[in-house]
Design a protein. Sequence first.
Length: 501
Amino acid sequence: MADTKREIERKYESDDSGLPDLTGVAGVANVLDKGTAELDATYHDTSDLRLASARVTLRHRTGGSDAGWHLKLPVAPGIRDEIHAPLSDTLPDELAGLTRSRVRQGSLVPVVRLRTARDVQHLVDADGTLLAEVSVDRVRAERLFGGSGKAQWTEIEVELADGGDPAFLDKVEKRLGKAGVRPSESPSKLARALSETKGGKPRTGKPDAGEPVTAGDHVMAYVRAQRDAIVELDPAVRLDTEEGVHDMRVATRRLRSTFRTFGKVLDRKVTDPIADELKWLAGELGLGRDQEVLAERLLTALADVPAALVHGPVHDRLRTWAEAGQRGSRSRLLGVLDSERYLTLLDTLDALAADPPLLKAAAKDPEKVLTQAVRKDFAKVTDLIETGMAQPPGHERDLGLHEARKKAKRTRYAAEAARPALGGPAKTLLKSMKSLQTLIGEHQDSVMARETLGELSAVAHAAGESAFTYGLLYGREEQRAAAVEAEVPKAWKDVKDEAPV
């Protein structure tokens, strides 16, 4: 089983490759010499260096205290998540899965071997608590694939202790700077090895489009950003990180909305089939997720009910219902992410990004084309809001507001895509649509909660349990929905008054 660790570190270079005395760093009481470790790492990548181009590194390393397979995923500059698996002759399945959105159907091959003599020191406080590990690495690099050649260099690495304050690294950097030590120009040892040995540079996977000029430029910049988000979020979904599934689902929705909204920019004969596949992926991502969110809502509502009004095993039944929705959903989702259909979708999105199906309007002035598209979406929201609120309270109004919410979301995404071209007006509309979407979303959540409470109360009644508490919760959800419906007219008036379209 692989372990995940958040790694916060900084790399430095020095003309004399020396390490200055760090006892003067604020908070450091002692510097402990931990000896020298001999490390031997082989880095694996595709033949066209897809992992390196995304600043992802995969290595098999012996020596040191953490020998094994290491996969490092970028989080932010100087911050990476390191997934570690035990030593084995072949790449563990879990790590193979975490690289699949980039490797696809390709093969991984050894590309660089790094042999490092690492002198390690620990910076500790007065209590002996580790603050950071500082190492002086003498590196020898050898290219194994895609070129030939060798290189060697010395670098200093400072890694923050688990749970440490990142501000401490600033103090260390200040002391290093006074001693003539400067930040490294390479983000990783692999990047430097690839740069200093003979061979091709890592591909970026993104065309050098320059600054967006036309309507097509702006739309495609947004499309590529969502494509990138899906690929980058794949490991987060596999690792079941917080919001990983939600964020990937949002990226699929943004793409689908963009294809529909900007149908005069991108040929829908090409994008509609892709949108269908994105809808399929969003549906798979939603399995279990929607029930999980709804369960949290109902359990939170139940916690607010006085104990005297909770009749029967309501909490246990809600928990059982929630767990039933989760059972098997994760293994199914992992199967989807490993499926040929999903990997083909990623390839299709890459092809679209590289060779977009641009129509005549794509070459026109972005302000005019994008404004017209956003205005058209806003008009649909207007019609749906006003039609929905004209219905009497009940099922038809619920349906109308639900459709209005979906169109408000689509208009929000359209404003996001248009914002670089339209500036302030798009930002204002985006903010208004997000607020409206949140308000009507609360109404839809209440509709779904009432449907679930009705089903659970029927099951409880059939089991001979009291349905009283389910009815109480149902009534409270009705009140929430009514409160939202009362807010909608004013909220919508404010949106129209502020709308810049």
